[in-house]
Design a protein around this ligand. Structure first.
Ligand SMILES: *Cc1c(COP(=O)(O)O)cnc(C)c1O
Length: 412
């Protein structure tokens, strides 16, 4: 157990549980001589871009192998990766794509950018991931694909989603931007569905500042993704021949060189985060008013891009989430609130109005009428701890629980 004291909370002028100056959290990103060498290697090669380079294509192979996928297509970022996946499946005007409403904007803006209609479904309060029953209820004759987001690094229910996709003849895209190394029933995510996408943006568990990749076990889909990434060229085709509608989504050799080295650090980081997350779970389970997502033995590895829990203000003297986060950060624990409900973002209502006008009212969707109680509640209650707090010691983990318990004690 962790000890709590009667001292003043840090927000009220007390000494914080954790003095960030004297006991800094693990720094992110983690890098050393190997990264320096890799960047130097790319620099000195004089080969700085993907075409004709060795770093990009090597990274594609290495990361695909790591995620147990056959093909990888590197690209500029995780948002572009989802757009590439959508376009590889030839999804566009008139099509509907099912997405959870509790996720990062890119999961839903990608189908929108392709002209398709994002159809939001609510998430499951026990897992924070897309609710398969609601996916099934949202399917229409126009539905083309489902985007499953492995939020915080916790795989969505792939058994149900794969079964639903198969039965309704839909594509399944995995947005695995937060799920490097995560496993469902011993299989790494990313190529469990038709296409999977990852981000290598600075906060992500594998990082080159920016970057992304599309994975698949389907060679034709991987070729389509490659083409869209490389201005619509075809593999083996002429340089100025552009048979497909593509864009320039190419990753640089610098990013790829860095990612190849960072990838070697990942397995050990995954182990450490998992061990610390299990310990944190044990400690937080003892604090009333902190609700944890349910455990699921089919998740054989969770990659913890974020550590999420729900804050119940009634157990904290009615103090709001904002007050709680202020107090927790003052105690030296990095923590933040989460998303806003995506269906309420004005861009979707604007998009629907445009589609309705373009199709003489054949395609309509009133996003303003959507009410997703679980998503809305999670947006109001959820707390995230960033992944790097799980890269430290047992004492680091105990500090998190101690700070929360101390705040509770002061407020009740
Ligand atoms: C980060 C993220 C993305 C987008 O990745 P970028 O590389 O930042 O464009 C997409 N989906 C989810 C769930 C993410 O967390």
């Amino acid at each position: 157990m962790f000890a709590t004291t009667q001292e003043l909370l840090a927000i009220n002028g007390g000494k914080p549980v954790r003095d960030r100056q004297r006991h800094p959290w693990p720094r992110w990103p983690i890098f050393g001589h190997a990264e320096e060498q890799a960047l130097k290697r790319a620099l000195q090669s004089g080969q700085w871009w993907y075409v004709g380079g060795v770093e990009g294509v090597s990274f594609e192979k290495e990361f695909a192998t790591f995620q147990q996928a056959q093909y990888g297509v590197a690209c500029t970022n995780g948002t572009a990766a989802i757009e590439i996946a959508i376009r590889s499946l030839n999804i566009g005007y008139g099509d509907e794509v099912i997405v959870p409403s509790y996720t990062f904007i890119a999961s839903a803006s990608a189908p929108l950018m392709a002209g398709a209609l994002p159809v939001f479904v609510d998430v499951d309060p026990q897992t924070y991931n897309i609710d398969p029953d609601q996916v099934e209820a949202a399917i229409t004759p126009r539905t083309k694909a489902i985007i499953a987001v492995h939020l915080t690094g916790r795989p969505a229910d792939m058994d149900r989603l794969l079964e639903i996709a198969k039965r309704h003849n839909l594509y399944l895209i995995e947005d695995a931007a937060q799920a490097h190394g995560a496993e469902w029933r011993g299989r790494r995510v990313g190529a469990l569905g038709d296409l999977g996408t990852f981000s290598f943006q600075a906060s992500k568990n594998l990082n080159a500042g920016e970057g992304g990749i599309v994975l698949s076990n389907n060679e034709a889909l991987a070729d389509a993704a490659w083409s869209i990434m490389n201005v619509g060229r075809s593999r083996g085709g002429q340089w100025y021949e552009h048979p497909f509608p593509g864009s320039n989504y190419r990753m640089t050799e610098f990013q790829a060189a860095l990612l190849r080295v960072q990838l070697q650090r990942l397995p050990q980081q995954i182990q450490l985060r998992s061990r610390n997350a299990a310990y944190l779970r044990q400690l937080l389970a003892q604090i009333p008013g902190i609700l944890l997502p349910i455990e699921d033995e089919r998740i054989t590895c969770q990659s913890y891009h974020l550590y999420a829990f729900r804050y119940q203000k009634d157990a904290f003297g009615g103090h709001s989430l904002e007050e709680f986060l202020r107090a927790l950060n003052a105690e030296g624990i990095p923590s933040m609130s989460t998303y806003r409900p995506l269906h309420q973002q004005p861009i979707f209502a604007h998009h629907a109005a445009r589609l309705a006008a373009l199709t003489d009212g054949k395609i309509t969707m009133d996003y303003t009428k959507i009410h997703h109680p679980v998503c809305e509640q999670l947006c109001a209650e959820c707390v995230w701890l960033p992944q790097y707090v799980l890269l430290g010691t047992q004492q680091d983990v105990e500090d998190i629980a101690t700070a929360i318990a101390r705040i509770q004690k002061a407020w009740t």
